[in-house]
Design a protein around this ligand. Structure first.
Ligand code: HEC
Ligand code: HEC
Length: 119
């Protein structure tokens, strides 16, 4: 549980600080992400994977819940929903920050190990 919170916080950090990762050198290698619309385009592959693993934990799913495993850049319906969640979370975190709150929400704040958050 504690571990989940930690991972969730890390994810919130990446998405809310927004662009905390832009210091990473833009990578031009073949394995670089091709279709990032929420994360900065030049997000480091390793950092992205770490966040993706945190998402797996928060929803208790595997990568294939959202991805076509032979083409991670391809947008599936579930990936699009996840992307809209990322945007919602980013705006919630921006609002929290703007209003002086220190806490941030992560996927795990709501999901806590479920695809659909329990009431
Ligand atoms: C709940 C849905 C979800 C799960 C589960 C998930 N991802 Fe993602 N993934 C996304 C979304 C959404 C994006 C696009 C982010 C953006 O637009 O900035 C993405 C982007 C990526 C990319 C970049 C693809 C490209 O070329 O643009 C990679 C690589 C990736 N994910 C790998 C993984 C791996 C590996 C796992 C499992 C450890 C995983 N993902 C689990 C939703 C998910
Ligand atoms: C403020 C609470 C909240 C946060 C934060 C949140 N979610 Fe959600 N999420 C929900 C709710 C509520 C639903 C159910 C929506 C519905 O009624 O269909 C949902 C549904 C989803 C679904 C669809 C699941 C399905 O089986 O249809 C995905 C995928 C998802 N969230 C991914 C994410 C990811 C990834 C993050 C972090 C980037 C995230 N969510 C953060 C509340 C949240």
């Amino acid at each position: 549980m504690r571990n989940k919170i930690l991972l969730g916080t890390m994810l919130a950090g990446v998405l809310s600080a927004g662009y905390a990762l832009t210091f990473a050198a833009p990578s031009a290698d073949a394995g670089a992400p091709k279709n990032l619309q929420v994360y900065p385009k030049n997000t480091d592959k390793k950092a992205l994977k770490k966040d993706m693993k945190a998402i797996n934990k928060a929803l208790d799913v595997n990568c294939d819940f959202c991805h076509d495993m032979s083409a991670f850049e391809k947008d599936t319906d579930m990936k699009k929903q996840a992307r809209s969640m990322m945007k919602m979370m980013r705006s919630a975190n921006a609002t929290l920050k703007k209003n002086g709150f220190k806490g941030r929400v992560s996927c795990n704040t709501c999901h806590r190990g479920s695809k659909i958050p329990k009431k």
